[in-house]
Design a protein around this ligand. Structure first.
Ligand SMILES: [Zn+2]
Length: 65
């Protein structure tokens, strides 16, 4: 299980990125939103889509399983 976060603000394409807490690109504490604890990145992504009502959600490439 891992902690997952999203960046607070979408990038220029309107995409929100999801990161695991071990990520080297994890946003600064004020720039991120805690998502929850999930066994894998796809469950974290689903939760982000539901919670943020967004379809443009991507997992950070280094956090992908
Ligand atoms: Zn990452």
């Amino acid at each position: 299980m891992q902690y997952y976060y999203t960046r607070k603000n979408p990038d220029a394409r309107g995409v929100i990125q999801v990161h695991a807490d071990r990520c080297k690109d994890l946003p600064e504490i004020l720039e991120r939103v805690y998502l929850g604890i999930f066994p894998n990145s796809s469950l974290a992504m689903n939760s982000a889509k539901e919670k943020l009502q967004l379809t443009k959600v991507r997992i950070c490439t280094c956090c992908m399983e």
